[in-house]
Ligand binder design. Sequence first.
Ligand code: NOJ
Length: 516
Amino acid sequence: MPKWLENSVFYQVYPQSFCDSNGDGIGDIQGLISKLDYINDLGCNAIWLNPVYDSPFMDAGYDVRDYYKIAPRYGTNDDAKQLFEEVHKRGMKLLMDLVPGHTSDTNGWFTQSKQPQKNELSNRYIWTNSVWEAPPQYRLQCGITDRDGNYLVNYFSSQPALNYGFYEVTHPAWQLPVNHPDCLRTAEAIKDVMRFWLDMGCDGFRVDMADSLVKNDDEKIATAAIWAGVREMMDKDYPDCALISEWCHPIRAINKAGFHADFYLDHRGNGYSTAFRYYNYDTGKQESFFSKEGSGSIMKLVDEFVPNYEATKDNGYISFFTCNHDNPRMSAWYDELELKINFCTIFTLPGVPFLYYGDEIGMRYMSELTSKEGGFSRTGSRTPMQWSKGKNKGFSDADPDKLYLPVDTKENAPDVESQMADENSLYNTVKKIIAIRKSNPELCGNGDFEVLYAEDKKYPFIFRRGAFVAAVNPSAKDVSVAFDKAVKEYVFTIGETTVENGTITMKGQSYALMKI
Ligand code: NOJ
């Protein structure tokens, strides 16, 4: 287990939109390098960088054309090497994004695989034996190559699935078992890609759709076995490097597959969703627990998270995030105070937390934008970082109409410079709570965690982290509940919280981190 994960706080960088160093309207690696001090100063000591590989960008880079080459729009492999060095100079870490389930249909492996003549990559992707064979339960692309067969896609139509085999072979004519040499070779090919970047100096990977490798593998037994093999390689050759999965099933991802951490994703109706994001389309109300409406419940999160946390805490971490490039920013439905209360909670929960770029200043979810590079509804969360009040909000020197996506020009659009200067800004709140977390081991990844008060449809939510207690009342109503601890110190508060005579009283929209 890489030790540094324990007190890491990640900052997610969407490279297109972070900082443009050469005035072409799109973010790049040199731009990111120029902002490492900013990230470090905010208190984030690790970075997850979305894909920067060569790609036709039908899915923002999750359609890799060449795993071994940085996309020219971001720079060169030398820039990547320099990035890793600059990150390490500051005592930070950086995870690249690994996309092992599929490639672009322009990837050289696919170009070779789709040839009609049998060759050594014919089985690198999943093909039926003829174009007339198209069982409807599989997402197949039909009749568009010279090769007489249809191929399975993993996500968008331009993303053919790599072939790791089928756990249950139901169509033996074309489905290979997981131990077929060609399927084993696919896993080796991905390991080669990992070694290439790890040897260059990256500190591991966030793994895209980590559960998607083996098909007809409902329990993910064979998929987990592949990752267990990868973990063996990591333990042996890169023991200080980390693997974090996009899976959202910690028991499988951490305990079975060997990931060091697993994301708690926004799956509608799950614990994360009902706590932080849930909008009820029937009632037209924001019914998440963290809304000031006060009509949510924390119980789904507690009932789901606690057993998963208990089952996996000795082996790895569950990752909460403020947002990522696939979700609307929470500013779409929360105001600044709601965001402060919510982010303070995220940064005091156990695990390895992730802050999405721009969330520290409450950047807007620009829902009005048309899709860019396969973003669709996600596009509104991918707009240029707002650094200052200057040209293009300090993101780029390019003409505004040349920008990758428009910057938010709304009046009162937040920016880093202004928020840094304002003691009470969201930026400074996030910075303070991260600093408190990192300077207290009990508040870090695996520090003790116990729920002290959580009731269905009731507020507040109170939990203990070692000798700290965090109490949070996101609702607009004042609340009081029994509380038998004596408070030694109020370490960080928003709103007003008092503890007296065995009762904790919290004004509407309050958060308190207390030492007991
Ligand atoms: C999950 C990624 O986060 C998302 O952005 C991407 O479109 C899909 N996986 C496909 O790779």
